[in-house]
Design a protein around this ligand. Structure first.
Ligand code: SAM
Length: 301
């Protein structure tokens, strides 16, 4: 079912991401890369990498790091002539310093969109696309410096198995980083009157049947505490996102599934325990945007 969902949303996936998160997913992904702070030469495996957002950011980051380092080195090499400095600085030789990003995803369609995007963005070197399942990764043990999974792990059937696989393919000392929807815990969100306004507007525009869970196979939204912020967030998730999915991608059901999978995912502390159970150490997390998402980090020591 997950395969079908992503096959169906692949072409509109990036646009929908921007629409649903009002573009904030870009900032969350940037935070993930800054947290990783990869030096040139880093070997990254991005699982459930979809259309390559994390890999592209990673490559841009290491490239910038390398250029900064080179400039610093050149400034201190007083003995070089200006011509030599210019030649070295302009040299395009391995701008990534041996870094590699491997995007692994179970869905061929998502990878196809990603590969096209890579060409459009001019990424030619340091990037590989691999069809594979997070629960059974097609890589050797102790292969990567960093394993990332962004908005992917909640779609995996056996999360514990995926975490064990993450640990297996990381080198000793390697880092696990996961960006995923999490539990909102800040009453500030309740002040988002905008969401309520939007809800009322959309309620008027669409037939009531859909709002009452009219789409077949729909499940009830998981019950949450009575905190107003959570209610509003539920309202936005369950009532607004499938509507955007229907309007933009003509696909109500897939977006309803995505929302349901978000709400069923363990909260920050529960997920931290799962990562520890898989054998990772120094596990920490940071909630972003009042806990709408969280970044979990752990090390294979
Ligand atoms: N990481 C990308 C991003 O942040 O934009 C894509 C996230 S998208 C919400 C989830 C991705 O997980 C989809 O591309 C889907 O095909 C992939 N996926 C789902 N189950 C998977 C599995 N068992 N193994 C690998 N990828 C999987």
């Amino acid at each position: 079912m997950v395969y079908q969902v992503f096959e169906s949303v692949a072409k509109k996936y990036d646009l929908m991401n921007d629409m649903m998160s009002l573009g904030i997913h870009r900032a969350w992904k940037d935070v993930l890369i800054r947290k990783m702070h990869p030096p040139p030469g880093t070997q990254l495996l991005d699982v459930a990498g979809g259309t390559g957002d994390i890999a592209f950011r990673f490559l841009r980051y290491v490239q910038a790091q390398r250029q900064r380092r080179e400039r610093r080195q050149l400034r201190t090499q007083q003995s070089l002539s200006w011509e030599e400095i210019a030649r070295k600085y302009q040299s395009k030789e391995d701008p990534l310093g041996g870094s590699l990003a491997v995007v692994c995803d179970i869905n061929r369609e998502m990878l196809k969109v990603g590969k096209k995007k890579a060409v459009d963005h001019g990424f030619t070197a340091g990037l590989a696309w691999v069809l594979g399942d997070a629960e059974e990764l097609p890589f050797d043990d102790d292969r990567f410096d960093v394993y990332t999974i962004a908005f992917g792990i909640r779609n995996v059937t056996r999360i514990d198995r995926a975490l064990q696989e993450a640990r297996r393919v990381l080198k000793p000392g390697g880092r696990f980083l996961c960006l995923e929807f999490s539990q909102v815990n800040d009453p500030l969100i309740s002040r988002l009157a905008l969401v309520t306004g939007l809800y009322k507007f959309i309620h008027k525009c669409f037939p009531a049947a859909k709002w009452r869970g009219g789409s077949q196979g729909a499940t009830e939204s998981p019950q949450r505490s009575g905190v107003p912020s959570e209610k509003l967030y539920d309202l936005y998730s369950f009532q607004v996102i499938p509507v955007i999915g229907e309007v933009i991608a003509g696909d109500w059901k897939s977006y309803q599934y995505l929302v349901e999978s978000i709400r069923k995912f363990p909260n920050q502390e529960e997920f931290k325990e799962m990562i520890e159970d898989a054998g990772f150490q120094k596990v920490t997390y940071e909630s972003l945007t009042t806990g709408i998402v969280a970044i979990h980090s752990g090390f294979k020591l």
